[in-house]
Write a protein that binds this ligand. Structure first.
Ligand SMILES: Nc1ncnc2c1ncn2[C@@H]1O[C@H](COP(=O)(O)OP(=O)(O)OP(=O)(O)O)[C@@H](O)[C@H]1O
Length: 388
């Protein structure tokens, strides 16, 4: 798939801009702060209804405006559809396809599929577990968009359950008994929805694993495909190793969550938060040197270069997996080449050069590797002009 036209209104720094695009490579070049990332962020937003830079929508609306509109013509198998999202400050967003409103905004998720590489990717390796959980969930939702609803149901259950835990923790006597009875209902919701997320994440990690090894071998100098390893760590099972065991069923995961909730109930009531469920899990990253070698956790042990290679490998693996599903995602390389040494630049560029659409941002033309020659736009103070 590729975007053949992008229109923005009051999105980030742009009052209005129209950018015709084509399949293949397009580079947006311009000095810092001119609006390059804002363009690619808009396309990524259409894909996930989330920015790769900020958690909330507010900064996406141009300062002083109360609504931003992102519209893109998307070509898939020769057919074009116009996807549009209206981002409303302080009100619900709205989505349209070919100008017809969608009943739910989140029905837009996954119709455009993007994989973004950006300097923030180092947080995949060095950041909190929540960064890695988001990586898994975003990918899971791109592959099965109905899971966007499951994840938002889970967030809602978690919020309600946390507030109930706070009340129950302070209540005494019959009030406490009543709160505990209600808590049992929320335990059930959490376990049912949590087990679905957990099962999906486990099978995603299993699907991703071979691609991570292969991608790491490609981006890290002298590495082999056995060097990089990913493992899902769940709070309901010490370490789930799908390679060695059969993947647990959703029902057995539900029971495991319920059992762990019962075991940790006192802690949860004391602390007033939910301590069990996929919101407490992590994707563990390990590196070794060759098959059979001892593997060490990347966090805390890997060098800066190895950490970067791992982060790139995770993104590349996501791209390869989506591609294997049958439709090339749009690749966005936001300011990454300046961060990489010359060999990694060339390797990454060669790996992605044949993608159906690659959008690159760079401060100077020299940062765009030769393998990524293609259309070029200059971005200066919000003006986007076609260059040579
Ligand atoms: N909501 C907003 N309203 C108005 N301006 C904004 C808004 N959000 C961001 N900007 C402006 O957009 C500019 C940043 O644009 P962008 O991140 O696209 O830069 P860039 O060209 O990618 O730069 P760099 O090379 O430094 O990454 C900044 O000047 C910032 O002040």
């Amino acid at each position: 798939m590729y975007v053949s036209h992008l229109s923005l209104h009051d999105f980030r720094s742009y009052p209005t801009v129209e950018v015709p695009l084509e399949a293949g490579v397009t580079a947006f070049v311009g000095r810092n702060g001119q609006g390059k990332t804002n363009l690619v962020e808009a396309i990524d937003y259409l894909s996930r209804l989330q920015s790769h830079r900020v958690a909330s929508d507010a900064p996406l609306v141009r300062a002083g405006a109360d609504q931003a509109v992102v519209r893109a013509a998307v070509v898939r198998d020769g057919r074009t559809a116009t996807l549009e999202v209206e981002i409303n400050a302080g009100r619900a967003n709205k989505a349209r396809i070919n100008r017809s409103p969608l009943p739910r905004t989140r029905d837009l998720v996954g119709l455009v599929r993007t994989v973004v590489f950006s300097p923030e990717d180092l947080t995949l390796v060095k950041g909190d577990p929540s960064d890695r959980r988001r990586f898994l969930d975003d990918l899971m939702i791109l592959r099965a968009p109905r899971l966007a609803g499951v994840r938002s149901d889970y967030d809602r259950v978690l919020k309600q359950r946390n507030s109930l835990l706070k009340t129950a923790g302070l209540a005494r006597g019959s009030a406490r008994e009543g709160a505990l009875a209600t808590l049992a209902v929320w335990d059930d919701h959490l376990a049912t929805i949590g087990a679905e997320i957990l099962a999906q994440r486990l099978s995603l990690v299993e699907a991703l694993r071979p691609y991570v090894g292969k991608a790491y071998e490609t981006v890290a100098r002298g590495a082999s495909r056995d060097d990089a390893e990913i493992t899902y760590r769940s709070v309901v099972e010490p370490v789930v190793e799908p390679v060695e065991t059969t993947t647990p069923t959703q029902e057995s995961l539900r029971e495991a969550i319920l059992a762990e909730l019962a075991r940790r109930q006192k802690d949860e009531l004391d602390r007033g938060i939910s301590l069990v469920g996929p919101h407490r899990d992590d994707l563990l990253l390990f590196l070794g040197h060759g098959a059979g070698a001892e593997r060490l956790p990347v966090k805390g042990y890997a060098s800066h270069g190895e950490s970067w290679s791992f982060a790139l490998a995770l993104r590349l693996a996501a791209y390869d997996l989506l591609r294997a599903d049958g439709d090339d995602p749009i690749l966005i390389l936001d300011d990454v080449f300046a961060e990489l040494d010359s060999q990694r630049r060339v390797q990454l560029a060669e790996l992605v050069a044949d993608a159906e659409q690659v959008l690159v941002t760079a401060a100077v033309p020299e940062d765009v590797p030769e393998a990524l020659a293609g259309a070029r736009y200059h971005v200066t103070a919000g003006e986007v002009t076609r260059g040579e």
